[in-house]
Design a protein around this ligand. Sequence first.
Ligand code: NDP
Length: 316
Amino acid sequence: MSNPIKEKVRCLIIGSGPAGYTAAIYATRANLNPLLFEGIQPGGQLTTTTTVENYPGFPDGVEGTELMNKLREQAVNLGADIRPGIATYADLSKRPYRIIIDEETEVETDALIIATGATAKYLGLPDEQKYAGMGVSACATCDGFFYRKKVVVVVGGGDTACEEALYLSELASKVYLIVRKDYLRASKAMQQQVYDKLNIEILFETNAVGLYGDKNVEGVYLVKRQGHPDEEKISLPIDGFFLAIGHQPNSLLYKEWLQTDENGYIITVPGSTLTNLQGVFAAGDVADPRYRQAITAAASGCKAAIDADHYLLSHK
Ligand code: NDP
C-alpha cells in the first residue's frame, strides 16, 4: 500500500448490523466521535430478511432493510461518521490500533469495536440464491412465523438444526430434518426433544440437491445414500427450506490478536464486551454463538460503546 490516507480517531467501529449502528448511536452521544465502516454488507444480515416481527417497538413488524436504515439514520442524525468501506488489514500488536480500510485508508484508533457479525453457511446450491426470501431462510426465529401450518425442511444435524426444527414444529404442520450422516451431532438432550416431537421426521443419510417451484419454493430434491448402489432420489413437496448447518463468525481479520473459541467466535469477558486486548471490544453475532438476535446484537453494541467510553476515560 503506497501513500495511504491516514486518520486518527478515538473510537472506530467495524460493522453495520444492529450492533455496529447501536454502538455508533451510544458512542456519538458519549462524545467519542466514532467513525464506522459498514463492511461487505451494509446493514448486515437483517437486510436479507423480509418482515421482522420480533424487534420490540414495532407492533406491526418492520422490514429488515427499513429497520437498518432507521438505525443508520439515527446514528447519522446524532453525528456519527458512517462510511462505506471494508477492513482489509488489522494490526492490534500495540496501541493505538491500526486498521486498513479498502487497502487505501489507514485508521489509528484508541478504542476498537468489532461488530462484524456472522454469516450463515449455505449448501452452495444455485437454487438457494434463486429462492432467497422466497422460501429459503437461514433463521427460523426470523422467518418461521410465515410457515404456520405449512411443511418445512430444516437442513443440518447439530444443535442449531434441532433447535430450529423444534421452534418450527410449534408453527408448521410438518418439519423434515435433513441429516447427511446416519446420526445427529446435537447434544443428547436436544436429540431427545426432537425425537419426542410427533411432527418432526428425520431423514438420515440424505442430501438436499435442489429446489423447485414457480416463484416460491414448492419442493426440494433429495438424494438418500448418495453414491451408494441403493441411492434413492426423492422429490418432496415443501413450503419452506431452512438452512441450519452452522454460522461463520466474521472474525478472521482479528484472529491473530484476539482469543476466539473453536468456531471462531470472539471470546468476551462474561457480562461485558471486553476482549483479551485492552481497548478492543466485540459486539453482536461475531461474539455470540448462542442468541444471534437483532435485539441482543443491538444491546451488545450499546454495551460496547459504554465499555469503550469507560476505557477511554481511564486511558486519556
Ligand atoms: P454444528 O457445526 O454443530 O453442526 C452443523 C450441522 O450441519 C452438522 O450436523 C453438520 O453435519 C451439518 N452440515 C454442515 N455442513 C453441511 C453440508 N454442507 N450439508 C449438510 N449438512 C451439513 O453447528 P451448529 O450451528 O448446530 O452449532 C454450533 C455450536 O453452537 C455448537 O457447538 C453447538 O453445540 C452450539 N449450539 C448450542 C445450542 C444450545 O446449547 N442450545 C444451540 C445452538 C448451537 P455433520 O454432522 O455431518 O458434520
